[in-house]
Design a protein around this ligand. Structure first.
Ligand SMILES: [Fe+2]
Length: 310
């Protein structure tokens, strides 16, 4: 396997207004598995097919949004190399010792030009996906795949200023590829960028917005478009607030539903999309095709999609 360097988004720390309502949402309805509570009351979750200990952390707070997000890198040598590159690029880097975050190795943390806190780490304890590593079979025990059948944390979309600077950092320093971009047809300015460090059509995305550090959504991957519709059935059954969908994105070509957790943080269930390779030419959409870029079945942009962030 040739993917080295930055591997994937491995953790997102979400602020919620009421932890118990959020636990029902992310645990019972999305179908994540709660693996730990800490002394401060935070709840830790993994999707069933993730091997690492957790990928979503919920913290009760007086406003929703995201505290930080973290990408896992291949090994500690990669972390050492990237820390130097980030410092050389001019960003201030904070070192966070092993054990500060539970079940996790040391991390480095820095602030992106758009005001988001990003971390990198090379180690997190692996607890498996419920199946053996030798002769694993194809299905975990009954009940492990549940709710919306989220298989993994897939990506986040973050909103803030200076996304061209943030994008340049991901390309030049972290070795991501630009998968797609949405540009203003009149000025050429980047309005949204979709960045890849793996074979996924995006591993993280940024959307331009004046206020720094805003959270647009976290997305969970489902195995099939049929599962996206089944997730929609669960949203209907439990009166979960739906933003958009089911539909398909023009950008990434993934099938999607956007919905909200009880605190107003946007979630997504996502499936399909193309496979990215580093030699794939990047795609550009412009604002004459804004609706098609966002939602490719009815080609209608939604005000809520562009305006609601936490
Ligand atoms: Fe998304």
């Amino acid at each position: 396997m040739a993917i080295r360097g930055v591997l994937r988004i491995g953790e997102v720390a979400v602020r919620v207004l009421e932890l118990e309502a959020a636990r029902r949402h992310y645990g019972d309805h999305v179908g994540l598995h709660e693996v730990m509570r800490d002394a401060d009351g935070r709840a830790y979750y993994k999707a069933w097919d993730e091997h690492d200990h957790h990928s979503v952390v919920l913290r009760e707070a007086d406003r929703p949004g995201m505290d930080y997000f973290a990408f896992k890198v291949f090994d500690d040598a990669t972390l050492v190399e990237l820390e130097q590159r980030i410092r050389d690029y001019g960003f201030a880097v904070e070192r966070i010792p092993k054990g500060h975050y539970p079940r996790s190795g040391r991390r480095i943390q820095f602030e992106l030009p758009g005001g988001h806190l990003m971390q990198l780490y090379a180690h997190k304890d692996q607890i498996g996906n419920g199946m053996q590593l030798r002769n694993p079979g194809t299905l975990p025990d009954e009940g492990v795949i549940r709710g919306m059948r989220a298989t993994r944390l897939d990506h986040v979309l973050l909103a803030g200023p200076r996304i061209a600077d943030t994008t340049r950092f991901f390309l030049d320093v972290l070795n991501f590829d630009l998968g797609e971009e949405l540009v203003d047809n009149d000025t050429g300015a980047q309005l949204a960028t979709f960045l890849c460090c793996s074979n996924k059509p995006h591993d993280i995305a940024f959307i331009l917005r004046e206020e720094p550090g805003r959270f647009h959504h976290l997305s969970f991957y489902l195995d099939s478009i049929e599962d996206v519709y089944r997730a929609g059935d669960i949203m209907g059954k439990h009166n979960i607030s739906v933003d958009v969908g089911p539909t398909r994105h023009g950008i990434t070509r993934g099938a999607t539903i956007y919905f909200y957790d009880p605190s107003g943080n946007r979630n997504e269930v996502f499936s399909g999309g193309y496979i990215h390779y580093p030699d794939r030419p990047h795609l550009t959409w412009d604002t004459t095709q804004l609706g098609h870029a966002a939602f490719a079945i009815d080609n209608q942009p939604r005000q809520s999609f562009f305006n609601v962030v936490t």
